[in-house]
Design a protein around this ligand. Structure first.
Ligand code: ATP
Ligand code: MG
Length: 318
């Protein structure tokens, strides 16, 4: 299938889960079991869709690298066992490792706690031409920290807790707008698993020796705060889903479906970054950066790729 039509199909598959205006969002309205009508007997078809997405992703990543103008930041947030790791592994399996980096953010170290909450993530932002994947991110600061506000004590902040989270949503919105204006396409995925499915997966980890290493007592402890986490995810999406940095709330009870949607969303975003579109896309009307343009990377210059002049791709995504 031609790249063009894969991109079109990818858009169709991923757009139902894309949120750009947070205010109207309600997490209750998203069914973790949703598969957009793909039945269990169509799993194979969904896997083919994923395989096509992965192939398209590899081609588009080459172009992104060649273009050397945009960077893509992909953020994953979820409850434990929702499938972040597996999704990252599968979706990125076809891409050139040179153009892609994954960072996992755990509990902050002493050094990290000695800085503002965005600091450790800013250090890991992708370079132009590359895809950066954050497995957890600065959003933990309005998730786990919101559910366990006592964690704020370690952060030694000057403000009262009640204001801190509103400030954080606002700071995150502005930060992501800043990134978007500087050529970083921000895509955020919340993998929405049900409490029942999480229980099944945690039990599998306990019962299957091959999965036992994945089991952590902390996951069970955090499960006890399910309702608080769902409220925190709901507010997070409502406050931070914007045109600059949309959230994709992806049903995660069926791994095959989650992976297909995530791949499709990234293909959709990269599709819009293609240099081919640079001459006639809506962004072109907004002019080019002042100063001499940086030439495309030498090794691909002969392939005819040219830098895209659109100053804010994420807006174009809307
Ligand atoms: P996996 O379990 O698949 O290895 P994971 O992302 O769950 O992946 P863990 O080491 O189990 O990794 O968990 C990381 C923990 O770090 C999570 O409980 C998360 O909430 C916590 N964490 C991440 N960022 C922060 C933060 N800024 N403040 C406090 N806790 C955080
Ligand atoms: Mg974990």
């Amino acid at each position: 299938m031609r790249l063009e039509s894969i991109i079109k199909k990818s858009r169709k598959l991923s757009r139902p889960f894309r949120i750009t205006k947070g205010e109207a969002f309600r997490l209750k309205g998203v069914d973790p079991k949703d598969t957009l009508g793909f039945g269990p007997d169509e799993k194979t078809r969904a896997r083919q869709v994923l395989a096509m997405g992965i192939e398209a992703l590899a081609k588009l990543q080459d172009m992104l690298y060649a273009q050397d103008r945009w960077a893509v930041l992909v953020i994953f947030q979820a409850m434990d066992a929702a499938g972040k790791d597996g999704t990252i592994k599968h979706v990125m399996s076809g891409v050139n490792p040179q153009g892609c980096e994954v960072f996992s953010f755990k509990e902050p170290s002493d050094e990290e706690l000695d800085h503002d909450f965005l600091w450790r993530c800013v250090k890991r932002l992708p370079e132009r031409g590359r895809i950066g994947i954050f497995n957890r991110s600065y959003y933990e600061e309005v998730l786990v920290v919101r559910v366990h506000p006592e964690l704020l004590e370690h952060e030694r902040l000057p403000l009262e807790a009640a204001e801190i989270f509103e400030h954080r949503y606002s700071d995150i919105r502005k930060f992501e707008r800043y990134l978007s204006r500087n050529g970083v396409v921000v895509l955020k995925f919340f993998l929405h698993v049900s409490k029942k499915e999480q229980k099944k997966r945690l039990l599998e980890r306990l019962e299957d020796p091959r999965k036992y290493w994945k089991f952590s007592g902390d996951d069970v402890k955090e499960r006890g705060y399910w309702k608080d986490y769902m409220d925190a995810f709901d507010t997070m999406v409502r406050r931070t889903a914007t045109k600059d940095a949309p959230w994709y709330v992806v049903p995660a009870d069926n791994k095959w479906f989650t992976r297909a949607v995530v791949a499709a969303a990234i293909v959709d975003a990269l599709g819009l970054a293609r240099p081919r579109l640079s001459g006639d896309g809506p962004g072109a009307a907004q002019g080019t950066r002042s100063g001499p343009a940086r030439p495309p990377r030498r090794e691909v210059a002969d392939a005819g790729y040219a830098p895209c002049p659109a100053p804010c791709l994420s807006r174009w995504l809307a």
